[in-house]
Design a protein around this ligand. Sequence first.
Ligand code: PGA
Length: 258
Amino acid sequence: MLFIANWKMKMNVTETLTLTQALVRQARQIPPDTEVIVCPSYLSLAAVSKSLKGSRLQLGAQDCFWEQSGAFTGEISPRDLREQGCQFVILGHSERRQHLGETDEQVHRKLEAALNAGLIPVLCVGEDYAERAGHQKDYVLIRQMQGALQGVALASDQRLVVAYEPVWAISTGGVGIVATPEEVLYASEVIRHTIIDLFGAAALGRNAQIIYGGSVNPANVAEFTALKTMQGVLVGAASLNPAEFVAVMQAANRSSKQ
Ligand code: PGA
């Protein structure tokens, strides 16, 4: 089971380090067979990487550029992220699509560059409220996945994580609409079939994993991780408190499918 913490732009470097150290101290309480990845802001990566050394926590970035080097002012190279100790990189998060106009084509180029640099992409897909209301969920998911993954070759030793993140269910802080397990199961089936279509059935589970993200907390996580298609969660707000993030992992583990 995969647990990915997306710390967004919520903390400065000092706060991020304090949280990381607290999480490392609580690592004994993390259930076995659990992969834990923390994704701090770029500025915190080097410091967090150092404090994760020797722990079972892994490092991820929240984005990367589509070239490894060159005249691209302000951008961050996937190769440099790898050098800083990142194993994972979140790509196509809805906040980037929304605030920075990131397109499927850009996400595609970033994803290829990430794989070439030896990073595991965590591709975020999901419909917004209007698309959901307009019954376009399937179409949006397939369009975003094909846009990002069409033409991508996944070697047998490469991994891809696809996160179903319905935009309307992100950062609701427990209020607003919450995604039901039925709805998440349905969307994950669409994602599953698209993965099979693009990479073949053998890739599922071995190379490609599906996770859920959107207001996940200790009280609701098990509803999602108990779904047969789900292999983890992407956690925003609830990962900012070490005890709460560990509680998310423990709750998921208690209801584990095995
Ligand atoms: P949330 O964030 O858990 O705060 O909803 C999830 C995400 O945006 O990845």
